[in-house]
Design a protein around this ligand. Structure first.
Ligand SMILES: Nc1ncnc2c1ncn2[C@@H]1O[C@H](COP(=O)(O)OP(=O)(O)OP(=O)(O)O)[C@@H](O)[C@H]1O
Length: 448
């Protein structure tokens, strides 16, 4: 196998023998293969693919298409019926929930056992244990038997181990679907860093996660490779296929011919609020967003020359909110303490979804470009951003806050607080797309 390749799979197949009745299994052993009492089911059939070193590849496909079977065979936990697999490098995998964990052992004991199985020496395990436990962040549960764990805790611990064993190849099956938003963000940050040097094979039903992380994608269908290519092209084809199928199931036909071009009606001038809000806000589609408190100990980077000491989302008059409504005007208020003197302060923010995709953000640079703010060590200052909150699809979100010094194109970060503020959209009128923007007007009229 060429040293450029991390994984090479050739003509891989997995066939299960399906017995309709338990007694058929017994008959099969008695007849010693002279008669067949089972049906064959090919979970994977003649699949070939390669992963180059350093590539991040997503595996997508409907339920039962063979994704987990492929990953398990690459990891060696399932034996192929036919075909070959070559793997070049140290592999760490996160497959089925709880796989590789002894339910009677404590979290700490399982960490030691798994890290040893993945090739760490006892002294390496001792040195890395604090970092593994800090990553998992499951407090005192670490000394409880893992049979008492929730699925989220399992994933936290299992992910923490594979993140600290210097793997060359990481193989992850749907793990991110189980953790909460905060942990998913942490994993995504780790995976983005891991991608710089390592090879990642990643199964997910979350197409945004695949698009966000992967260079390439493999689309499996009924145990065969239907399409492979860049993540964007494969994911688009997959989504189009799902939508075609839904249309067929609903009996809706495609539009046969494009509509004739009509003159554009004149645009009315309207105040900048979503015209649907009065209706939406009295319905179950109101975009209710639960806001959590500022996380002062959130992961951060920067020189340490400044410290974000408070972040709140407030209404337009400055009253702190604990719930917000998408489409309404809100104010993000950030209080910072300068720990050194700064010449040209910039404060910025980014709103991210649970996968860490940056949805929108802004900063104070242009507002103060002609009159930069200079502060002394020990001084406090506040940035305020007044904006119409987009309508957010249900899910978890966070805000990163950055305090920098310089100009837009060249600046140094004094404090970049990841996930400083967390919030959760409970209900929404928006289900597709990353955010819904407040619509000034939507119309649908018959033209005579
Ligand atoms: N031990 C088994 N015996 C018989 N059939 C099996 C066995 N394990 C898996 N299968 C079948 O093999 C097919 C592929 O399963 P696999 O778990 O790889 O699919 P998947 O694409 O990962 O699905 P999902 O998205 O639902 O996790 C499925 O139809 C499944 O029912």
């Amino acid at each position: 196998m060429c040293s450029e390749l991390a994984i090479c799979v050739e003509h891989l197949s997995k066939c299960y023998q399906i017995y309709d009745r338990p007694q058929d299994r017994l008959k099969q052993s008695l007849w010693r293969g002279r008669r067949k009492f089972f049906r064959e089911f090919w979970a994977l059939r003649d699949l070939s693919c390669t992963l180059r070193r350093g590539e991040t590849v997503g595996v997508i496909g409907r339920n039962g298409s063979g994704k987990s079977t492929l990953l398990q065979m690459i990891c060696g936990t399932l034996t192929p019926t036919a075909g070959t697999i070559h793997v070049n490098g140290r592999v760490a995998a996160l497959l089925e929930l709880g796989a590789g964990f002894n339910p009677e052992f404590t979290g700490r004991e399982n960490v030691r056992m798994n890290a040893a199985l993945l090739g760490l020496t006892p002294s390496e395990i001792d040195a890395r244990l604090p970092a593994i436990l800090a990553f998992a962040d499951i407090d005192d549960f670490v000394d409880q038997p893992v049979k008492t764990y929730s699925s989220g805790m399992f994933v936290r611990l299992a992910f923490a181990v594979i993140a600290h064993v210097d793997a060359d190849i990481l193989i992850i099956d749907e793990a991110l679907a189980v953790g909460d938003g905060f942990f998913t963000q942490k994993c995504m940050r780790f995976l983005r860093e891991f991608r710089e040097t390592g090879t990642l094979l990643f199964v997910s039903h979350d197409i945004s996660a695949v698009l966000n992380l992967c260079d390439r994608a493999l689309w499996l269908e009924r145990g065969t490779l239907r399409q492979e290519g860049t993540a964007k092209i494969v994911c688009e084809a997959y989504l189009a296929d799902i939508s075609d199928q839904q249309r067929r199931e609903l009996g809706v036909n495609s539009v046969a011919a494009p509509a004739p071009k009509l003159p554009t009606p004149p645009r009315p001038t309207l105040p900048p609020v979503d015209q649907r809000l009065p209706y939406l806000n009295h319905s179950r589609f109101r975009n209710d967003i639960e806001l959590f408190d500022f996380q002062p100990d959130a992961a951060a980077h920067g020189t340490g020359g400044a410290r974000v000491i408070d972040v709140v989302l407030a209404d337009e008059h400055g009253a702190t909110l604990s719930w917000a409504v998408g489409g309404h005007t809100v104010q993000l208020m950030v209080v910072v303490e300068a720990l050194i003197a700064m010449e040209r302060v910039i404060v910025g923010f980014f709103v991210k979804d649970r996968l860490g995709q940056m949805l929108f953000g802004d900063n104070t640079f242009l507002t103060r470009a002609d009159n930069p703010l200079a502060v002394n060590a020990g001084e406090r200052f506040e940035a305020k951003f007044l904006f119409a909150l987009p309508i957010l699809p249900p899910g978890e979100y966070s805000i990163d806050i950055g305090v920098a010094e310089g100009v837009q194109a060249a600046h140094i970060h004094h404090h970049w607080a990841h996930d400083a503020l967390l919030f959760r959209a409970h209900t929404s009128s928006v289900t597709t797309g990353l955010v819904g923007i407040p619509m000034l007007q939507i119309a649908l009229e018959r033209l005579s």
